[in-house]
Design a protein around this ligand. Structure first.
Ligand SMILES: NC(=O)c1ccc[n+]([C@@H]2O[C@H](COP(=O)([O-])OP(=O)(O)OC[C@H]3O[C@@H](n4cnc5c(N)ncnc54)[C@H](O)[C@@H]3O)[C@@H](O)[C@H]2O)c1
Length: 444
């Protein structure tokens, strides 16, 4: 298909970087993306229905750890990045990126309500010459089967007047090496022209762009990546359960296996999986597979094993206390780390919350210390507000056990080993740091 005048004009603006970029959803994904686009020279309008976040952005205040405070402040100061709650402000955007949540419903089915709500709002402000890219993680088919039909009700012809693509965000919160700019970006367009325009757009700001044949290829690649992690984490978690039964140190086994220079990639066991990707995204694929009479058994199995881990942590703690002639009922337990992984401040779906819930149900008195999460607000099955307690000798001496649930770098593990009577280390952080005692330390 030849390039339409609208496609030519958009291309010109992208290359000249005088296009306006709209980013819908200023969360963990959207905010870094918006800052990156502004740094590349585009004028950026961020839209979020959370007025508090919008106000923070407009004051130049950062609230996402992966964004450098100075970068955000500089872009706002320079007038290149502003935020709004009004969809009408997106009418002037040449490119609209959508990064809203894609959770699961209570019975583990895809919840596309956020994408649907956004699609419904933006179709009213669409005009010829705009590129809309969905970045939210979702099942293969969402862009073409769900988003495109809604946007087409604008009357604009896709590939000529309106351009649609899917490009998954692959950000790994807390990763010191790979971030929004230098993580290769997959792009699949609804038509060839859509794909080329979307790839051209991302090439203006990101190090590497990989164009694939369709939105569905990019959608499935993204959920496959997260499924790969979920399955491999489940595999080492199962090894941890077996090693425990056999009286073997699973960490030593994995370290030994990891010396093979080819054909293996070692994942780490732990108290379970958390965050908004690994525990949830594979179920998007499992749900879609059922439409094709296909059952994704690896996904189900991985989910089952990973969900078992918090229960195993509680059993292991109970056994450890038992050896000290202490019941779990009435014990004082300090959880070290409630973020779902190290060095981030995100507690969503964190296995630590499940461990906390299970311990409290068995009569333990649970507190937590997490330097990155001073206040833990109610979420999912965690129904109260809790505050991080200071980590000091008196408190450590007073508890019956410490459970290392997250291996943050900014925690004084030496202090823990010096004063706590008993430590259950689900991350092997003590051994990795060569810390042996005097506390009695048991590993997962
Ligand atoms: N967090 C990650 O590490 C990560 C990594 C890769 C992909 N993803 C995917 O990216 C997507 C976004 O995830 P996130 O972690 O950034 O979520 P988030 O909750 O941090 O941010 C989403 C933002 O969207 C806003 N929002 C919700 N509905 C809206 C609406 N109708 N209009 C405007 N704004 C709206 C929310 O207020 C919130 O600020 C999800 O699909 C997620 O699976 C996340």
């Amino acid at each position: 298909m030849p390039w339409s005048p609208e496609a030519d004009e958009l291309k010109r603006r992208l290359v000249a970087r005088d296009a306006v970029v709209g980013v819908v959803g200023l969360g963990y994904v959207g905010l870094p993306l918006a800052v990156e686009q502004a740094r590349a020279g585009f004028r950026v309008v961020g839209l979020d229905d959370n007025g508090a976040k919008v106000d923070q952005v407009n004051r130049g205040e950062n609230y996402i750890p992966d964004v450098a405070d100075a970068d955000l402040a500089a872009m706002v100061e320079a007038g290149r990045f502003s935020a709004t709650t009004r969809y009408s402000d997106l009418a002037r955007a040449d490119v609209i990126l959508v990064a809203v949540p894609t959770p699961l419903t209570p019975n583990k089915e895809p919840d596309l309500s956020y994408i649907l709500a956004v699609a419904d709002r933006i179709r009213g402000i669409l005009r010829a010459g705009q590129l809309v890219v969905l970045e939210s993680t979702t099942y293969p088919g969402t862009t073409e089967e769900v988003l495109r039909p809604i946007l087409e009700t604008s009357g604009l012809r896709v590939g000529e007047e309106l351009f649609i693509a899917y490009s998954p965000e692959r950000v790994d919160p807390g990763n010191a090496v790979y971030h929004t700019r230098n993580t290769p970006k997959l792009v699949g367009g609804s038509t060839a022209v859509c794909g080329e325009l979307a790839a051209l757009f991302y090439r203006q700001s990101l190090t590497e762009v990989v164009q694939v044949a369709s939105p569905a290829v990019a959608e499935m690649a993204k959920v496959f990546e997260n499924t790969y992690r979920a399955v491999n984490i489940a595999l080492v978690n199962e090894m941890a359960l077996l090693a425990d039964r056999m009286g073997l140190d699973v960490w030593a086994v994995l370290e030994a296996a990891g010396t093979k220079p080819f054909g293996i990639q070692i994942f780490q066991p732990g108290p379970g999986v958390g965050g908004h990707c690994i525990p949830l995204d594979p179920f998007y694929l499992a749900w879609k597979a059922r439409e094709y009479d296909f059952s994704t058994r690896f996904i189900e199995l991985a989910g089952e094993i990973n969900l078992r881990m918090p229960y195993f942590v509680v059993e292991k703690l109970q056994a450890g206390l038992n050896a000290l002639r202490k019941p779990l009922n009435g014990a004082s337990v300090l959880l070290l780390g409630v973020a779902y992984k190290k060095d981030i401040n995100d507690p969503r779906e964190s296995p630590a919350l499940k461990v906390m819930e299970l311990l409290e149900a068995r009569g333990a008195r649970v507190s937590y210390h997490d330097p990155n999460i001073p206040v833990l607000r109610p979420q999912a099955s965690f129904t109260r507000t809790a505050r991080s307690v200071p980590l000091d000798p008196e408190r450590l001496k007073a508890v019956d056990a410490v459970v290392v649930t997250t291996d943050h770098s900014n925690v004084d593990y030496r202090l823990v080993a010096d004063y706590a009577p008993f430590v259950l280390d689900t991350r092997n952080v003590m051994a990795r740091r060569g810390i042996t005692g005097p506390a009695r330390i048991v590993k997962l």
